[in-house]
Unconditional design. Structure first.
Length: 159
């Protein structure tokens, strides 16, 4: 009996080429404008929670209403540029995270199907080994070492 096909996704050469080119274009646009922080730096700077984003937005609104309240240590033009860029980036992050999750989920289904088919093939090798099929023992031993003990016990009858 054939296994249930959960996914039937294929990319044409043209689609893969377009995807590669568009990712390259995204990297080119971002070049010199984005940073790759170390783990220590990520811990140091962290990211602000929604409540803190509200604080930033409130401060921005008050700075616009009462510019005389802004301390001289704050460069309001720089603050506004940072704020606007942050909002622009946030929209794209959400879109890219969604695309990334879709790719991860698609790969997960493909991996699941490939592994299920590999286990079915392994079971057929075990059957052929029990029928003394020439060459089956080599394939069996080669594949057996890649399986967990639990999987080996549930698929092997030769043991």
């Amino acid at each position: 009996m054939a296994l249930e096909n959960l996914i039937n996704t294929v990319f044409s050469d043209k689609e893969l080429s377009q995807l590669t080119q568009h990712i390259k274009t995204i990297k080119e646009v971002l070049s010199g404008k984005t940073y790759d922080l170390s783990n220590e730096q990520r811990k140091q700077y962290g990211h602000i929670a929604n409540k803190n984003k509200l604080m930033v937005n409130k401060a921005k609104n008050y700075m616009e209403q009462y510019p005389e309240w802004i301390p001289q240590s704050i460069d309001k033009e720089e603050f506004d540029r940072d704020h606007e860029t942050c909002q622009q980036i946030d929209i794209h992050i959400k879109t890219l995270q969604n695309i990334t999750q879709q790719l991860i989920d698609t790969k997960m289904l493909l991996d699941y199907e490939n592994y299920s088919n590999a286990l079915s093939f392994y079971r057929s090798i075990v059957y052929l080994l029990n029928k003394n099929e020439p060459g089956a023992e080599t394939a069996y031993l080669d594949m057996k070492e890649l399986l967990d003990k639990k999987e080996t016990l549930t698929t092997d009858t030769k043991e």
